[in-house]
Design a protein around this ligand. Structure first.
Ligand code: NAD
Length: 303
């Protein structure tokens, strides 16, 4: 974990303290920004703050972060359940609420009613139309997509998604923010799945079909991509890490927008219906314990 020098200190508000929200809050605070993280229940806010502390402690243990940097980062972070407290005075609001168009539109519209005229509003959507989210705003030029990757404190990429309405100044501001938190920005148009999700999900969905057809086990498919193509993680492990429910939502959307090649396979639907969502519930294509794979999922129909 690098601790970059920020170009200027901003007031950053992150909405959602889940997988992505807490990661975004962490990297913004590490870069020196003042950060408020908001979720709808105090327990979720606490979980997010605990996750950040545990990530930072891991960084200290590996000599990537000094104890002073850890303390300073935690000092710059606060959590709340109040949207108003979270966004008032924010220069940048990043929403990382669940992948649901109506929820995101309501969220950004409510944010706009509370922030200053020059505040930038970003969505961390993985695949929804940023243009459609921003059309809920009165001044949509202030909005764009900032698509972070999981785990945020490790992954170096942010897709800067330019919507139909995004103004030049919003794009410049957001690009400077991304570079200031030591990430690499790639600029992409607002097309379904952007650049990365579209390609990554295409690989993941084919891997699931291969398991379904009995071509190979999840572990062998993942090993093939890791060793044969130098991917750091195979597509099925990645699906488990991201969350199979998140994968299913994205696929359903891409199918609607781009066609049948993104049709979710039965095996994925079945796992989601059974609550086997991957790492976060302890089972998906693999069985997980304490964040590590400990075995194969024993689904009757996978064998
Ligand atoms: P998550 O379920 O882990 O977290 C979402 C959090 O938002 C939950 O804690 C929930 O309580 C909270 N929430 C719900 N309504 C809220 C509101 N009105 N205000 C504030 N918080 C609210 O989900 P996630 O994986 O962090 O995904 C969040 C967003 O990031 C989604 O749009 C997703 O597509 C996107 N994304 C996810 C990944 C990933 O790998 N998980 C990667 C990139 C982008």
């Amino acid at each position: 974990m690098m601790v970059p020098e920020p170009l200027s200190v901003m007031q950053v508000s992150v909405l959602g303290a889940g997988t992505m929200g807490h990661g975004i809050a962490q990297v913004a605070a590490m870069a020196g920004h003042e950060v408020t993280m908001r979720d709808i229940e105090a327990a979720y806010v606490d979980d997010g703050l605990d996750a950040i502390e545990s990530n930072l402690r891991g960084g200290v243990d590996r000599d990537k972060v000094t104890p002073d940097e850890m303390a300073a980062t935690l000092d710059r972070l606060s959590g709340t359940t109040s949207l108003e407290a979270a966004v008032t005075d924010a220069d940048l609001v990043v929403e990382a609420v669940p992948e649901d168009m109506e929820l995101k539109r309501e969220t950004v519209a409510e944010v706009e009613s509370l922030v200053d005229d020059d505040a930038v509003i970003a969505s961390n959507t993985s695949s929804l139309s940023v243009t459609e989210i921003l059309s809920a705003l009165e001044r949509p030029g202030r909005g764009l997509g900032l698509h972070f990757f999981n785990p945020v404190h490790i992954m170096g990429l942010v897709e800067v998604v330019v919507a139909e309405q995004t103004s030049e100044s919003t794009l410049a501001f957001a690009t400077e923010f991304v570079e200031g938190i030591d990430k690499t920005a790639v600029e992409v148009g607002d097309s379904p799945g952007f650049a990365s999700s579209r390609l990554g999900v295409a690989l993941g969905v084919e891997a699931m079909r291969m398991v379904q057809e009995g071509v190979a086990s999840p572990a062998d498919i993942d090993t093939a991509m890791e060793l044969g193509y130098n991917h750091p993680m195979g597509p099925l492990e990645l699906g488990d890490a991201v969350g199979l429910d998140v994968r299913l939502d994205i696929l359903e959307y891409l199918r609607e927008e781009l066609g049948e090649r993104f049709r979710p396979p039965q095996i994925l639907k079945r796992k989601v219906r059974a609550g086997k969502l991957g790492k976060k519930t302890g089972e998906g294509f693999y069985v997980w314990e304490d964040g590590e794979i400990v075995g194969a999922s024993e689904d009757v129909m996978d064998r």
